[in-house]
Ligand binder design. Structure first.
Ligand SMILES: Nc1ncnc2c1ncn2[C@@H]1O[C@H](COP(=O)(O)OP(=O)(O)OP(=O)(O)O)[C@@H](O)[C@H]1O
Ligand SMILES: [Mg+2]
Length: 388
């Protein structure tokens, strides 16, 4: 870029090679593009005519008429001659034709071209300012939308926290009376009443678990996930989770197994929470694996100081493009009203929170129709000391 070219935005000189004007920040590439569009496109450049200043000023004839420097009949004459020359293979610009016909002087032509270029420059400046204004407006709108979104998110969290606490009280009453009924404290029950009570207790249990999950989730979302870290027996942790899931796996016709080496060093973790994580992963693995499938938990030492946990299944799998979605709260891959699987879609969101609170990451690999692998690693504790 030439050193004596001025910015169309502020009129200050532009330094060679710059993309933006140093003085007003106008995007020079956009300005050049606008100039090109405004000047060249309407001008329909006849082939074989060298680029001249006049090429940059469209509708020069109209402009001359507007300023009283040319009569419409004179313009018609000039245009007719221009067409004649073009047909003869010797195209000329309108300015050249006007000069040839002595309808204007060279000075007038130069003056008119300069004035039109200045007008163009002003138009570009205005367009640039408009563009800047639009960008500012859009940025402001986006910022407001973002603020609104965070507000809504906060409202949603508060709502979940409040409603869960409100649900806890009536649930405690329901549970209390169900226990009294079961114990026979309110009179003896016949067989039908007993089986109805069993169904009621199961439903109450599910509701209670859901409310607890919601409370834990909203606590964790507000940074309230406190960890109770201690030296934890790795083998016992895995074995307990597998034993607790055995019944469910049997009912679903699924083979459940734990693959553990003879001995494993203890991990440094919150035993209850990691136990809960393993239970959630097993619960999903069993839930999303059809009858006859297999679910396994593996744990092993990697890199001398980390224990790697893998819960895998031979279930329905998760499509690649939806892998990250499963860790979003309330996201279920089958969210239709007729969905086959129970749950609220909070399990993996909380698993992620707990694993991340331990400074680790949860990874998932999956193949649709073949199965899924959920994996995380936790630090080892040796001789009472944390290794990493
Ligand atoms: N092992 C798996 N195989 C296939 N899909 C899975 C597996 N684990 C999770 N998903 C998908 O991820 C979604 C979210 O899992 P998440 O555990 O968070 O919720 P949920 O099991 O539906 O409900 P909740 O755990 O709250 O009872 C599931 O609904 C399911 O679509
Ligand atoms: Mg789940």
């Amino acid at each position: 870029m030439d050193a004596n070219v001025n910015c169309p935005g502020c009129g200050e000189p532009i330094l060679p090679g710059r993309r933006y004007c140093e003085h007003c920040g106008v995007d020079l590439a956009v300005a050049a593009l606008l100039a090109e569009q405004q000047a060249l496109l309407p001008a329909r450049i006849p082939q074989g005519i060298p680029i001249s200043p006049e090429l940059l000023v469209p509708r020069i004839g109209d402009y001359l008429i507007e300023r009283g420097l040319l009569k419409p009949s004179q313009l018609q004459r000039a245009l007719a001659l221009q067409e004649q020359r073009a047909r003869a293979g010797k195209p000329l610009l309108l300015g050249q034709v006007l000069l040839e016909l002595n309808l204007i002087t060279r000075e007038t032509l130069d003056e008119v071209i300069t004035a039109q270029i200045l007008q163009l420059q002003n138009a570009i400046t205005e367009a640039n300012q408009l563009l800047k204004q639009r960008v500012e407006e859009r940025t402001r709108e986006l910022r407001q939308a973002l603020e609104r979104l965070s507000e809504l998110n906060q409202l949603k969290s508060n709502f979940i926290a409040n409603i869960s606490h409100e649900l806890r009280t009536p649930l405690t009453h329901i549970k209390g009376y169900l226990d009294l009924l079961a114990e026979g404290a309110l009179g003896s029950l016949n067989a039908d009443q007993q089986s109805a009570l069993t169904v009621l207790k199961k439903a109450e249990n599910r509701l209670e678990r859901l409310v607890e999950d919601l409370i834990q989730f909203s606590l964790a979302s507000h940074g309230g996930l406190g960890l109770n870290l201690s030296k934890t027996d790795t083998t016992r942790l895995v074995q307990t989770a597998v034993d607790r899931s055995r019944n469910k796996a049997r009912q679903q016709g699924i083979l459940l197994e734990a693959n553990l080496p003879d001995s494993l060093p203890p991990i440094y973790a919150d035993e209850d929470k990691i136990g809960w994580v393993l239970m959630q992963l097993l619960d999903n693995a069993i839930k999303f694996t059809p009858k006859g499938g297999q679910v396994s938990v593996r744990a092993g030492l990697i890199q001398k100081d980390l224990i790697n946990f893998i819960v895998s299944d031979t279930g329905i799998g998760i499509p690649d493009e939806r892998l990250s979605e499963v860790f979003e709260p309330f996201h279920q891959l089958d969210s239709s009203a007729s969905r086959r699987y129970q749950g609220t879609g909070l399990g993996l969101a909380m698993v992620k929170q707990i694993i991340e609170a331990h400074g680790a990451q949860i990874q998932v690999k999956s193949i649709v129709g073949a199965g899924s692998n959920f994996e995380f690693s936790l630090p080892v504790r040796c001789n009472g000391k944390l290794v990493i």
